[in-house]
Design a protein around this ligand. Structure first.
Ligand code: NAP
Ligand code: MG
Length: 403
């Protein structure tokens, strides 16, 4: 065996739950440790340990990402009532991803992995479509109520320092109806635009942004104008990276994305991103092929798979039944983190290893070895699927020969 590649600076590793926790250990054991001498700062975000530490471990992990710049995270349970009972938790702890996102003030980008024999539902899509979702405000932080009687609904703004109120009529109701108020902030929209520009430049993808500013001249127009200002400021870096900014009406953006061959970063307002990321993920095939990266405006990165802990498979595993769970998005969380670490540390051998591992995974699937979720959609069809451990072992075997 050749000497291990040294990774110059630490990577923050966050362990997780259920089936993904089982795959996580296998990935480290078979694909990472044998090749890399890496200082992993380990945080166990498994739900039991979060419970024991009153969720302090999540906050500590997020601060470690701020310190070291790069994190890699396994999927974790966001407890609901049923999970509190299942694991005997003290309370319904908040979503770890939400906690980390708010500490890093980050934007989440989702990027599919393209494999030749796993054709997307949209045949023209040849390159990834990355979705960047603004994750603050709009209907996700609204106030709304059902109007039960005739009356006037108004928006009122009261200046903090005193002075005249602004009052705007929404509607004069003459019967039952419904009203909603929502907001966003310049700081949040600006940092979203900056995160999208940074990520587009780092990935060398054209940046698209769509709103409905023909109808919502102020609200959606506000987003459009802030994006335009940030694009103007980033002008030189955009030109150097050879990428273009394209502003469209949201309905036109939807149509153009479907007609395109992919290869763009699609920045979406909060609701559009929620809806469109599910459309794009399904369009590309399997949740097991969707990666996710959280990017902060000051250039910190956290990589993970977009899927959850694959709980149905885990229950089968607990019963002693074999599973065929796709580990590709989790492996690509590691390669994403390593490639970025290599880039920031100026250690091309580390980035090179990440690329080699990625191409080994893709070659393995293209040679016909894949988990069941991919077998169901592979073209040309395959008749046999690999079990969870078998797929990782197949990748490990090929990697050993490739290195
Ligand atoms: P999930 O883990 O994403 O799985 C939903 C279904 O999608 C699975 O049952 C499976 O379908 C398929 N699937 C997802 N990933 C797959 C993979 N790698 N290989 C093969 N099939 C895959 O969502 P969930 O079961 O609704 O959620 C489970 C837990 O994950 C929840 O506690 C939730 O809080 C958590 N979660 C965490 C994150 C995160 O940490 N980022 C994100 C989402 C959810 P079949 O059953 O048809 O095989
Ligand atoms: Mg959604």
């Amino acid at each position: 065996m050749t000497e291990k590649i040294r990774v110059k600076n630490p990577i923050v590793e966050m362990d997780g739950d259920e089936m993904t926790r089982i795959m996580w250990r296998l990935i480290k054991e078979k694909l990472i440790y044998p090749y890399l001498d890496v200082d992993l700062r380990y945080y166990d975000l498994g739900v039991r340990h979060r419970d024991e530490t009153d969720d302090r471990v999540t906050v500590e992990a997020a601060h470690a990402i701020r310190e070291f710049g790069i994190g890699v995270k396994c999927a974790t349970i966001t407890p609901n009532e049923a999970r509190v009972r299942e694991y005997g938790l003290k309370q319904q702890w908040k979503s770890p991803n939400g906690t980390i996102r708010s500490i890093l003030d980050g934007t989440v980008f989702r990027k599919p992995i393209i494999i030749k024999n796993i054709p997307p539902a949209v045949h023209k899509w040849k390159k990834p479509i990355i979705i960047g979702r603004h994750a603050y405000g709009d209907i996700y932080k609204n106030s709304e109520f059902v109007v039960e009687q005739p009356g006037a609904a108004e928006i009122v703004f009261t200046p903090a320092g005193g002075g005249e109120k602004t009052v705007l009529k929404i509607h004069d109701f003459d019967g039952r109806g419904v009203v909603m108020g929502m907001h966003n902030t310049e700081a949040s929209v600006r940092s979203f635009a900056q995160a999208c520009l940074n990520f587009a430049i780092s990935e060398r993808y054209d940046l698209w942004f769509g709103t409905k500013d023909t109808i919502s001249k102020q609200y959606h127009g506000f987003f459009r104008d802030i994006f335009a200002e940030e694009v103007e400021k980033a002008g030189d870096s955009l030109r150097q990276a050879g990428i273009r900014y394209r502003y469209l009406l949201i309905d036109d953006a939807v149509a153009q994305v479907i007609k395109s061959d992919g290869g763009m970063l699609w920045a979406c307002m909060n609701y559009d991103g929620d809806v469109m990321s599910d459309m794009v993920a399904t369009g590309f095939g399997s949740l097991g092929l969707m990666t996710s990266v959280l990017v902060s405006p000051d250039g910190k990165f956290e990589f993970e798979a977009a899927h959850g802990t694959v709980v149905r498979h885990y229950y089968e595993h607990l019963k002693g039944n074999p599973t065929s769970t796709n580990s590709i998005a989790s492996i690509f969380a590691w390669t994403g983190a390593l490639a970025k670490r290599g880039e920031l540390d100026d250690t091309p051998e580390v980035a090179g290893f990440a690329l080699k591992l990625e191409s080994t995974v893709i070659d393995t699937v293209e040679s016909g070895i894949m988990t069941r979720d991919l077998m169901l959609i592979a073209e040309p069809p395959v008749t046999k699927y690999a079990l969870t451990e078998e797929f990782i072992a197949a990748v490990a075997g090929r990697l050993e020969r490739a290195i």
